[in-house]
Design a protein around this ligand. Structure first.
Ligand SMILES: [Zn+2]
Length: 265
Protein backbone atom coordinates (compact mmCIF):
# COMPACT_ATOMS: atom_id res chain seq x y z
CA UNK A 1 0.00 0.00 0.00
CA UNK A 2 1.26 3.47 -0.82
CA UNK A 3 -0.67 5.20 1.96
CA UNK A 4 1.96 7.18 3.87
CA UNK A 5 2.63 6.89 7.57
CA UNK A 6 -0.17 8.53 9.53
CA UNK A 7 2.19 9.72 12.25
CA UNK A 8 3.54 12.42 9.94
CA UNK A 9 0.24 14.27 9.33
CA UNK A 10 0.36 17.96 10.26
CA UNK A 11 -2.05 18.97 13.05
CA UNK A 12 -4.34 20.78 10.58
CA UNK A 13 -4.91 17.43 8.84
CA UNK A 14 -4.86 15.21 11.95
CA UNK A 15 -8.60 14.55 11.46
CA UNK A 16 -7.64 12.35 8.46
CA UNK A 17 -5.81 9.92 10.74
CA UNK A 18 -8.65 7.45 11.32
CA UNK A 19 -10.02 7.39 7.77
CA UNK A 20 -10.04 4.09 5.87
CA UNK A 21 -10.24 3.77 2.09
CA UNK A 22 -13.59 1.97 1.79
CA UNK A 23 -16.54 2.38 -0.61
CA UNK A 24 -18.24 5.65 0.42
CA UNK A 25 -15.10 6.69 2.30
CA UNK A 26 -12.03 8.78 1.51
CA UNK A 27 -8.40 8.01 0.74
CA UNK A 28 -5.57 10.46 1.29
CA UNK A 29 -2.22 10.52 -0.46
CA UNK A 30 0.93 12.58 0.01
CA UNK A 31 1.94 14.05 -3.35
CA UNK A 32 5.49 14.29 -4.67
CA UNK A 33 4.52 17.53 -6.45
CA UNK A 34 6.21 20.52 -4.73
CA UNK A 35 4.43 23.20 -6.80
CA UNK A 36 3.21 26.43 -5.19
CA UNK A 37 -0.05 26.05 -7.13
CA UNK A 38 -2.63 23.38 -6.17
CA UNK A 39 -1.76 20.33 -8.31
CA UNK A 40 -4.39 19.04 -10.76
CA UNK A 41 -4.92 15.53 -9.42
CA UNK A 42 -7.55 13.22 -10.96
CA UNK A 43 -9.42 10.14 -9.82
CA UNK A 44 -11.75 8.56 -12.41
CA UNK A 45 -10.99 11.73 -14.46
CA UNK A 46 -12.45 13.98 -11.76
CA UNK A 47 -10.31 16.59 -10.03
CA UNK A 48 -9.83 15.91 -6.31
CA UNK A 49 -9.26 18.06 -3.21
CA UNK A 50 -5.63 18.98 -2.51
CA UNK A 51 -4.68 20.61 0.80
CA UNK A 52 -1.32 22.17 1.61
CA UNK A 53 1.01 20.81 4.28
CA UNK A 54 4.51 22.01 5.22
CA UNK A 55 6.22 19.53 2.82
CA UNK A 56 3.84 19.98 -0.12
CA UNK A 57 0.35 18.66 -0.78
CA UNK A 58 -2.07 16.01 0.46
CA UNK A 59 -4.73 14.78 -1.99
CA UNK A 60 -8.06 13.66 -0.54
CA UNK A 61 -10.10 11.35 -2.76
CA UNK A 62 -13.82 10.55 -2.46
CA UNK A 63 -14.50 6.85 -3.13
CA UNK A 64 -17.91 5.91 -4.57
CA UNK A 65 -20.16 3.49 -2.68
CA UNK A 66 -20.18 1.23 -5.76
CA UNK A 67 -16.34 1.14 -5.97
CA UNK A 68 -14.72 -2.24 -6.62
CA UNK A 69 -12.44 -3.52 -3.88
CA UNK A 70 -8.72 -3.57 -4.66
CA UNK A 71 -6.27 -1.17 -6.22
CA UNK A 72 -7.32 2.28 -7.48
CA UNK A 73 -5.22 4.86 -9.32
CA UNK A 74 -4.88 8.62 -8.91
CA UNK A 75 -2.98 10.69 -11.49
CA UNK A 76 -1.21 14.03 -11.04
CA UNK A 77 -1.95 15.70 -14.38
CA UNK A 78 0.84 18.26 -13.88
CA UNK A 79 3.71 15.82 -13.33
CA UNK A 80 2.29 12.56 -14.72
CA UNK A 81 2.90 10.92 -11.32
CA UNK A 82 0.61 7.97 -10.61
CA UNK A 83 -0.41 6.93 -7.11
CA UNK A 84 -2.33 3.87 -6.01
CA UNK A 85 -4.42 3.07 -2.97
CA UNK A 86 -6.33 -0.01 -1.98
CA UNK A 87 -10.08 0.00 -1.31
CA UNK A 88 -11.12 -2.29 1.54
CA UNK A 89 -14.54 -3.78 2.21
CA UNK A 90 -17.09 -2.12 4.45
CA UNK A 91 -20.40 -3.72 5.36
CA UNK A 92 -23.18 -1.15 5.57
CA UNK A 93 -26.39 -1.81 7.48
CA UNK A 94 -29.81 -2.46 5.98
CA UNK A 95 -32.65 -0.09 6.86
CA UNK A 96 -36.40 -0.64 6.42
CA UNK A 97 -38.60 2.45 6.16
CA UNK A 98 -42.41 2.63 5.97
CA UNK A 99 -43.99 5.51 4.07
CA UNK A 100 -47.70 6.38 4.12
CA UNK A 101 -47.34 8.36 0.90
CA UNK A 102 -46.91 5.49 -1.56
CA UNK A 103 -46.18 7.97 -4.39
CA UNK A 104 -42.82 8.54 -2.65
CA UNK A 105 -42.13 4.82 -3.14
CA UNK A 106 -43.69 4.39 -6.59
CA UNK A 107 -43.94 7.86 -8.18
CA UNK A 108 -46.65 8.37 -10.81
CA UNK A 109 -45.94 9.42 -14.41
CA UNK A 110 -45.93 13.18 -13.67
CA UNK A 111 -43.72 12.62 -10.60
CA UNK A 112 -41.31 10.57 -12.71
CA UNK A 113 -41.01 13.39 -15.23
CA UNK A 114 -40.39 15.90 -12.41
CA UNK A 115 -37.76 13.60 -10.83
CA UNK A 116 -36.00 13.22 -14.19
CA UNK A 117 -35.64 17.01 -14.50
CA UNK A 118 -34.48 17.30 -10.90
CA UNK A 119 -31.83 14.61 -11.32
CA UNK A 120 -30.29 16.71 -14.12
CA UNK A 121 -30.19 19.79 -11.82
CA UNK A 122 -28.68 17.77 -8.96
CA UNK A 123 -26.01 16.30 -11.26
CA UNK A 124 -25.09 19.78 -12.50
CA UNK A 125 -24.80 21.14 -8.94
CA UNK A 126 -22.57 18.25 -7.83
CA UNK A 127 -20.39 18.69 -10.93
CA UNK A 128 -19.59 22.33 -10.03
CA UNK A 129 -16.21 23.17 -11.62
CA UNK A 130 -13.15 22.69 -9.39
CA UNK A 131 -11.77 25.96 -8.03
CA UNK A 132 -9.00 26.70 -5.53
CA UNK A 133 -9.82 28.10 -2.09
CA UNK A 134 -7.91 30.50 0.18
CA UNK A 135 -8.90 28.50 3.27
CA UNK A 136 -9.43 24.73 3.51
CA UNK A 137 -13.15 23.82 3.49
CA UNK A 138 -12.26 20.69 5.51
CA UNK A 139 -13.10 19.64 8.12
CA UNK A 140 -16.72 20.79 7.81
CA UNK A 141 -18.82 22.30 10.60
CA UNK A 142 -21.82 20.32 11.87
CA UNK A 143 -24.71 21.95 9.97
CA UNK A 144 -27.35 21.65 12.70
CA UNK A 145 -27.46 21.03 16.44
CA UNK A 146 -29.06 17.62 16.86
CA UNK A 147 -28.45 13.91 17.30
CA UNK A 148 -27.25 11.68 14.48
CA UNK A 149 -29.97 9.56 12.89
CA UNK A 150 -29.70 7.36 9.79
CA UNK A 151 -26.07 6.76 8.82
CA UNK A 152 -24.57 7.12 5.35
CA UNK A 153 -24.49 4.06 3.09
CA UNK A 154 -27.30 1.97 4.57
CA UNK A 155 -29.07 -0.23 2.05
CA UNK A 156 -32.65 0.90 2.08
CA UNK A 157 -36.05 -0.66 1.57
CA UNK A 158 -39.13 1.57 1.37
CA UNK A 159 -42.33 -0.38 2.15
CA UNK A 160 -40.31 -3.53 1.43
CA UNK A 161 -38.99 -2.36 -1.95
CA UNK A 162 -35.23 -1.96 -2.52
CA UNK A 163 -34.11 1.60 -3.34
CA UNK A 164 -30.77 3.41 -3.66
CA UNK A 165 -28.47 3.39 -0.58
CA UNK A 166 -28.66 6.34 1.82
CA UNK A 167 -26.39 8.99 0.28
CA UNK A 168 -26.13 11.28 3.31
CA UNK A 169 -26.17 11.55 7.07
CA UNK A 170 -29.39 12.33 8.94
CA UNK A 171 -29.30 14.75 11.87
CA UNK A 172 -32.50 14.79 13.91
CA UNK A 173 -33.67 18.18 15.19
CA UNK A 174 -37.03 19.83 15.73
CA UNK A 175 -38.77 21.78 13.00
CA UNK A 176 -37.43 25.33 12.46
CA UNK A 177 -34.00 24.65 14.03
CA UNK A 178 -31.45 26.79 12.12
CA UNK A 179 -29.32 24.98 9.51
CA UNK A 180 -25.89 26.51 8.83
CA UNK A 181 -23.42 26.34 5.94
CA UNK A 182 -20.76 23.73 6.80
CA UNK A 183 -18.03 25.93 5.28
CA UNK A 184 -17.63 29.07 3.18
CA UNK A 185 -19.03 28.69 -0.32
CA UNK A 186 -21.45 29.68 -3.06
CA UNK A 187 -25.08 28.49 -3.36
CA UNK A 188 -25.26 26.59 -6.65
CA UNK A 189 -28.86 25.46 -6.30
CA UNK A 190 -31.79 26.08 -3.98
CA UNK A 191 -35.34 24.90 -4.56
CA UNK A 192 -38.04 22.29 -4.10
CA UNK A 193 -37.34 18.65 -4.99
CA UNK A 194 -39.61 15.57 -5.04
CA UNK A 195 -37.44 13.43 -2.74
CA UNK A 196 -35.12 16.03 -1.16
CA UNK A 197 -37.91 18.51 -0.40
CA UNK A 198 -36.64 22.08 -0.02
CA UNK A 199 -32.91 21.73 -0.62
CA UNK A 200 -29.81 23.92 -0.78
CA UNK A 201 -26.60 22.99 -2.62
CA UNK A 202 -23.39 24.80 -1.63
CA UNK A 203 -20.15 24.60 -3.63
CA UNK A 204 -17.19 25.08 -1.27
CA UNK A 205 -14.51 24.90 -3.97
CA UNK A 206 -11.86 22.16 -4.21
CA UNK A 207 -14.57 19.90 -5.71
CA UNK A 208 -16.53 19.83 -2.44
CA UNK A 209 -20.32 20.33 -2.52
CA UNK A 210 -22.71 19.95 0.44
CA UNK A 211 -26.48 19.39 0.23
CA UNK A 212 -29.09 20.29 2.88
CA UNK A 213 -32.45 18.53 2.42
CA UNK A 214 -36.04 18.45 3.78
CA UNK A 215 -35.76 22.11 4.87
CA UNK A 216 -38.77 24.03 6.14
CA UNK A 217 -37.50 27.43 4.94
CA UNK A 218 -34.67 28.43 2.61
CA UNK A 219 -32.93 31.77 3.34
CA UNK A 220 -30.45 31.85 0.44
CA UNK A 221 -30.65 31.99 -3.33
CA UNK A 222 -28.62 30.69 -6.27
CA UNK A 223 -25.34 32.55 -6.76
CA UNK A 224 -25.20 33.85 -3.19
CA UNK A 225 -21.88 33.66 -1.32
CA UNK A 226 -22.23 32.19 2.18
CA UNK A 227 -19.88 32.22 5.17
CA UNK A 228 -19.14 29.15 7.31
CA UNK A 229 -21.80 29.11 10.02
CA UNK A 230 -24.27 31.32 8.14
CA UNK A 231 -27.90 30.20 8.50
CA UNK A 232 -29.12 28.95 5.11
CA UNK A 233 -32.48 27.52 6.18
CA UNK A 234 -34.38 25.66 8.87
CA UNK A 235 -35.07 22.00 9.64
CA UNK A 236 -38.29 20.65 8.17
CA UNK A 237 -39.94 17.49 6.87
CA UNK A 238 -40.44 18.40 3.20
CA UNK A 239 -40.03 15.73 0.49
CA UNK A 240 -39.53 12.05 1.39
CA UNK A 241 -39.07 12.31 5.17
CA UNK A 242 -40.77 10.44 8.00
CA UNK A 243 -40.10 13.22 10.55
CA UNK A 244 -38.28 16.55 10.91
CA UNK A 245 -34.54 16.11 10.31
CA UNK A 246 -31.70 17.38 8.16
CA UNK A 247 -30.50 15.00 5.47
CA UNK A 248 -26.97 16.20 4.79
CA UNK A 249 -24.90 15.00 1.84
CA UNK A 250 -21.24 15.69 1.10
CA UNK A 251 -19.81 15.27 -2.39
CA UNK A 252 -16.07 15.22 -3.11
CA UNK A 253 -14.76 14.88 -6.67
CA UNK A 254 -18.43 14.53 -7.66
CA UNK A 255 -18.83 11.47 -5.42
CA UNK A 256 -21.11 11.18 -2.38
CA UNK A 257 -19.08 10.20 0.67
CA UNK A 258 -19.88 9.59 4.34
CA UNK A 259 -20.22 13.13 5.80
CA UNK A 260 -19.16 11.87 9.24
CA UNK A 261 -15.60 11.39 7.87
CA UNK A 262 -15.07 15.08 7.10
CA UNK A 263 -16.97 16.52 10.06
CA UNK A 264 -15.15 18.66 12.62
CA UNK A 265 -14.91 16.74 15.90
ZN1 LIG B 1 -31.36 10.94 4.89
Amino acid sequence: MSVPSTTTLPTTLAWLRDTMPVPGGIAWLRLRNQSNMPPDVRYRERRVTVLPEPQGWIAIVGIPLEAQLGQHTVIDQDTGDRYTFEVFNKQYKTQHIRLKNTRQVNPNLADTERIREEVAKIKAALASPWRPTAVSPLPLSKPVAGRFGGAFGSRRYFNGQARKPHNGLDIVASKNTPVIAAAEGVVVNAGSYFFNGNAVFIDHGQGIVTVYCHLQDIFVSIGEAVARGQTVGTVGQTGRATGPHLHWSVSMNNTMIDPALVLQR
